[in-house]
Design a protein around this ligand. Structure first.
Ligand SMILES: *Cc1c(COP(=O)(O)O)cnc(C)c1O
Length: 402
């Protein structure tokens, strides 16, 4: 029997669609790349993107910014988070999340996760009570949604305002409502590895006028806030225009031009991701050593990545698992690694966050492996990846029992 081997690239995205390329060329030919640099009767691509994304997301307002991280910083400031305030967030997330909290001078309080990789709602309730925190930056990390109905109840009971980090859930929903539509605001990223690709970029959505007026001024709109595609009426800016500092985090027309045609393809792409994800999940699920997070029936997920855990695997065996899979062409991210690597790090590596004891999260992360599923993969790639992972899990099992 030959050893399985995979030859695809986990970081190769699809090209920008021709419509996006044509629109970007038109912006470059015009020379008007800045979102407020418009000819008479022209609406900027950035404003059109805001209008189109708000309509797709089902949000009243949308603001286009430079990154998902900036969307989160602006959202927290516009929601009233001040330096020194405590913001709760998931203990399992990526560095831009605690980074955004640190950037605004706030204090991160980490909440445990469950074995299904979502926020532990008991711990959220307990920590909201213990810290008195009035904000939760809820990270739908790797596309897993917690029980959003229960979360909303707890947040309301504790007086906690929720801001959603939807970097991995653009298009996902809980009980028919889009992620990003539960809290005060939704923060999206259009960085290359997310669900739309403009290299870098962010989108902030909300139904709250006052919040969106403050966010728009914070983004660096100067007094040109009437040139937005899905922004509040002029009256909403009465105080915000004088109270809010300019953080210069505007989206430019070039990126907006790349993104706008991608909105029309999102729904079809979500189905393509799920076809890859579900095929792979189906082939891994029955392996006795591997555990896949449960997906409740209320959750409509977007399978742009997949996670497996090997509960109880030790650090040495986990490192061997990753190395063996890598030798066979499958790049797994291990969230239990002692040192940060690539895009992956754990809360123990964030020295800008006060050290916190999170035994349940640590136990889960020690055996958690993660993989992206770019749309350049097809069904045969999923089958080859599944074979490598199963073969690696078998070898790890033999080594552990030897
Ligand atoms: C990518 C990402 C972000 C931030 O996005 P950027 O656009 O890179 O700033 C936020 N949260 C999570 C979980 C992410 O993966």
């Amino acid at each position: 029997m030959t050893k399985p081997r995979f030859r695809g690239s986990f970081t190769q995205q699809e090209p920008i669609c021709e419509a996006g390329i044509a629109a970007a060329l038109a912006v470059m030919r015009s020379g008007r790349l800045h979102r407020y640099n418009t000819a008479a009767d022209e609406t900027a691509e950035a404003a059109l993107l805001e209008r189109d994304f708000a309509a797709w997301q089902g949000a009243r307002f949308c603001l286009a910014v430079t990154s998902g991280g900036q969307a989160m910083q602006i959202a927290m400031r516009a929601a009233g988070v001040a330096p020194g305030d405590t913001v709760l967030t998931n203990a399992f997330t990526l560095a831009p999340v605690p980074g955004a909290i640190a950037a605004i001078g706030a204090r991160t309080a980490l909440v445990e996760i469950t074995p299904d990789l979502v926020l532990d709602l008991e711990d959220f309730d307990a920590k909201a009570r213990a810290t008195g925190a009035r904000w939760l930056l809820l990270s739908h990390m790797r596309g897993h949604l917690c029980d959003m109905d229960r979360l909303t109840e707890i947040a309301a009971a504790r007086g906690v305002t929720v801001i959603e980090d939807c970097a991995h859930t653009m298009g996902a929903a809980w009980a028919g409502r889009r992620s990003g539509g539960f809290g005060l605001a939704g923060c999206f990223s259009t960085q290359t590895y997310k669900h739309m690709n403009s290299g870098e970029g962010g989108l902030l959505t909300s139904d709250d006028e006052g919040f969106m007026a403050r966010a728009t001024i914070l983004s660096g709109s100067y007094m040109l806030h009437d040139r937005h595609g899905a922004g509040p009426q002029a009256e909403a800016f009465a105080d915000a225009r004088l109270d809010m500092p300019n953080l210069s985090a505007r989206m430019d027309n070039l990126r907006a031009a790349l993104l706008r045609p991608q909105i029309a393809r999102l729904d079809a792409n979500l189905d393509r991701w799920n076809a890859l994800h579900d095929r792979l999940a189906h082939r891994l699920r029955d392996h006795p050593a591997l555990r896949l997070p449960a997906r409740p029936p209320e959750e409509r997920y977007v399978g742009s990545s997949i996670q497996v855990t090997i509960p109880g695997i030790g650090a040495e065996a986990a490192a061997a698992f990753v190395n063996r899979a890598a030798a066979d062409g499958v790049e797994l991210k291990w969230f239990g690694a002692p040192a940060p690597a690539g895009f992956t790090s754990s809360h123990r590596n964030w020295r800008y966050v006060p050290a916190q004891t999170l035994p349940r999260t640590d136990a889960i992360l020690s055996g958690l492996f993660d993989m992206r599923l770019p749309l350049t993969f097809g069904p045969a790639d999923c089958d080859a990846i599944a074979e490598v992972i199963r073969d690696t899990a078998d070898a790890t099992g033999r080594a552990r029992s030897a």
